[in-house]
Structures are given as structure tokens and as C-alpha cells.
Ligand binder design. Structure first.
Ligand code: C5P
Length: 273
């Protein structure tokens, strides 16, 4: 097989508790992570030299150079490849676009060369290990401890107000680094139990991100106002926020409404699992 294509789904932190900080500055996290059925697409082909071509509706402004995480993943793998990245996710958005692209590049190269990546994916970024799993997982440590889980698909709307957020800046603005971890999640009980449990958990980065970018508060209010919205929260260090709905119809109607009211926002209905 000379070409491999791998889906790079959006990563959503349904919860993100910051429970400590290491001496090297990295934060200890406790996070319930899920993945969307929307995302980027990475195609990898054997080549003489490594190259990166970026296409798709969100290609603008994404660097197609050796600093791109896809390119860095290929360099670390140690084989020259021609990479095509079809970009559908906004950049610096708290939904792991770059990390998911790097993980997809690694998976494509593992398939292409029939060998595992010869290094620890965490060296590419804290979110890359969970993005290798690409479905529901409990993430701890700085992102290096990942326990895959099963999650019944959740109907969601994702919104990004097209403001790039700097992750280090949001972490720096977090007043307390030693917040309580998550409480154990419910076994069974369906959507109502998931929402009840999630409503008792947090994203500790949400308040500092809103302080830096007040529009995130506007996005959350707009999601809360949608008919059938069961819960809204920011993902990662923002600015993307998600809302959960009992039915796909409600999520789709909510997304259509928001897209009409805010044509400048990135809005999509999706399933998370
Ligand atoms: O690992 P990655 O490059 O994705 O992280 C981006 C930045 O986010 C880091 O430089 C660090 O400032 C912050 N970060 C952190 N603790 C984590 C993950 C990321 O402080 N567990």
C-alpha cells in the first residue's frame, strides 16, 4: 500500500481538572476526553523527501513547514513522506487539531511501514497520546496516562468564535494549580446520568480563558439559550465550547440557529464518543 488516509477527529475535553503542576511547569490534569465525528483528514504517501500540502476550508494560516506537528511526527518516525492535510478544524481552538493531525500522521505511517512509531508520542505534545486512541478516554498526568473508555455517542454542538487562544497564556492565568480531581463517572444511567455527573465536574481553564477572551462567555450564553441544551462548557484551553443535547435533531436545530445568528462563528453539530 503506497498511500494511507487517516481521520483526525476533533478532541473535546468534557471535563478538564488541573490538579497540580510539575517542576518543569507542565500541569497535571484529570480529564474525560471524547472525540467528534468531525475533523481533519491526513493522507500520507512514501516519497523521496518529506513535504506537506494543506487543503480544505480551514487551511488558511496553517504553516505548511517543518514546524507543523504533522511534519514533526514524520521526522520523528524517520521516513520521508508526502503528507496532505485536509483542514476542517480551526487552529489554536482547544480541540486538539494539531495533536490529532500528528496522531493521524503517525497512524498512517505505522500502517504504511507496518511498524510502530519508534518513539513516545508524548514528545510531540501532551494531547498526542490521547489523540492516538481517538475515542473516549480518561486522561491524567500531563496527558501521558490514558485509559480508553466506552462512551455511548453524545449529540453535541461545537462553536468557535474564530479567536485563537494561547494555551500557555491560559495556564498562566489560572490562579490555583491544585484543584480537586473528577469524581468517579456513572456506570449506566444513560444521558441524564452523564449530564448530572458532568454538571458536577469542571473545566478549570474556563474562567481564566473567559477573563482573557470574554467572547467565550458570549458563546456559552448562546449555547445555554438553545432549546434542549443540557450542558455547555469550554474544551481544552478554548476558545471552542460544546453543548450537549438529548437528540441529534435538537443539536442540528441548535447549530442551524447559531450559524444563522453568528455567521462569523465556526458552528457544527456532531456526535461525540
Ligand atoms: O504539549 P503541548 O505543546 O501541546 O502544550 C502546549 C502548552 O500548554 C505547553 O507549553 C504548556 O504551557 C501547556 N501545558 C501544560 N500542561 C499540560 C499540557 C500543556 O502546562 N499538561
Amino acid at each position: 500500500m503506497a498511500t494511507t488516509k487517516v481521520f483526525a477527529p476533533a478532541k473535546i475535553n468534557l471535563t478538564l481538572h488541573v490538579t497540580g503542576q510539575r517542576e518543569d511547569g507542565y500541569h497535571l490534569l484529570d480529564s474525560y476526553v471524547v472525540f467528534a465525528d468531525v475533523g481533519d483528514r491526513v493522507t500520507v504517501a512514501k516519497a523521496e523527501d518529506t513535504s506537506l500540502t494543506i487543503t480544505g476550508p480551514m487551511a488558511e494560516g496553517v504553516p505548511a513547514d517543518p514546524g507543523n506537528l504533522c511534519w514533526r511526527a514524520a521526522d520523528a518516525f524517520g521516513q520521508p513522506v508526502a503528507i496532505t492535510l485536509e483542514k476542517h478544524l480551526p487552529m489554536a481552538a482547544g480541540i486538539g487539531g494539531g495533536s490529532s493531525d500528528a496522531a493521524a500522521t503517525l497512524k498512517a505511517m505505522e500502517k504504511l511501514y507496518n511498524q510502530p512509531a519508534p518513539f513516545d508520542p508524548i514528545t510531540l505534545g501532551a494531547d498526542v497520546p490521547v489523540c492516538m486512541v481517538a475515542h473516549a478516554a480518561h486522561m491524567q498526568g500531563i496527558g501521558d496516562w490514558v485509559l480508553p473508555l466506552y462512551q455511548e455517542p453524545l449529540n453535541a454542538v461545537l462553536v468557535n468564535p474564530r479567536i485563537a487562544v494561547s494555551t500557555p497564556e491560559v495556564f498562566r492565568a489560572l490562579p490555583r494549580k491544585d484543584n480537586p480531581p473528577m469524581t468517579p463517572w456513572p456506570e449506566g444511567g444513560g444521558f441524564p446520568a452523564v449530564v448530572r455527573w458532568l454538571s458536577e465536574q469542571r473545566n478549570d481553564l474556563q474562567a481564566p480563558a473567559i477573563a482573557l477572551q470574554p467572547v467565550i462567555g458570549t458563546v456559552l450564553s448562546a449555547l445555554d439559550a438553545l432549546q434542549g441544551c443540557a450542558l455547555s462548557r469550554m474544551s481544552g484551553s478554548g476558545a471552542t465550547c460544546f453543548a450537549l443535547f438529548a437528540t441529534a435533531q435538537d443539536a442540528q436545530a441548535g447549530a442551524a440557529r447559531l450559524a444563522a445568528d453568528h455567521p462569523d462563528w465556526w458552528v457544527t453539530a456532531c456526535a461525540l464518543k
